[in-house]
Design a protein around this ligand. Structure first.
Ligand code: T46
Length: 133
């Protein structure tokens, strides 16, 4: 388990004449997935996210379009990632504030380490800062 976000390159098998397949296998993932969900048709002017998780780890993939993700760790370190390829994922550790913006055609898949629990969310930024190291 990493404490910081990082890009995961998934294998891209195929060729332009035939198309491609990418595969997420448990040996190549930082956790064993318990849940997968996807978001789509998010208007470009909408910012999603704006929360952190106490325990949840995630991998975000833009399987279509472009997703811009900003992350902030509890030590104040901020980063921006552009997910614009179906074989590129972003690992998001626990206790990481994130916001996402989407191109009009973006479909974002999230591979999650835990089942859904609203109790795992920190949706108040000041509350998140209280957990700063
Ligand atoms: C995250 C980012 C990347 C459920 O009922 N079950 C679920 O498994 C999920 C993920 C959401 N919901 C409900 C909770 C809200 O009423 O769906 C609604 C939208 O969720 P939220 O506003 O949290 O959506 P995003 O896109 O801001 O965040 C989601 C995930 O919730 C979150 O864990 O990290 O995607």
């Amino acid at each position: 388990m990493s404490d910081t976000p990082y890009i995961i390159q998934f294998p891209k098998i195929g060729e332009s004449a035939l198309g491609y397949i990418s595969i997420a296998e448990k040996e190549n993932l930082p956790f064993v997935p318990k849940r997968i969900y996807w978001t789509y048709y998010t208007p470009e002017e909408v910012e999603r996210g704006a929360h952190s998780h106490y325990e949840l780890q995630q991998i975000l993939i833009a399987v279509a379009g472009r997703v811009t993700v900003t992350t902030e760790l509890s030590n104040g370190e901020k980063q921006q990632f552009v997910l614009d390829s179906p074989n590129k994922g972003l690992y998001i550790p626990k206790m990481c504030w994130r916001t996402m913006q989407y191109s009009h055609n973006a479909v974002q898949i999230c591979i999650a380490s835990l089942e859904y629990s609203e109790d795992d969310y920190i949706r108040n930024y000041d509350e998140f800062l209280k957990h700063s190291k």
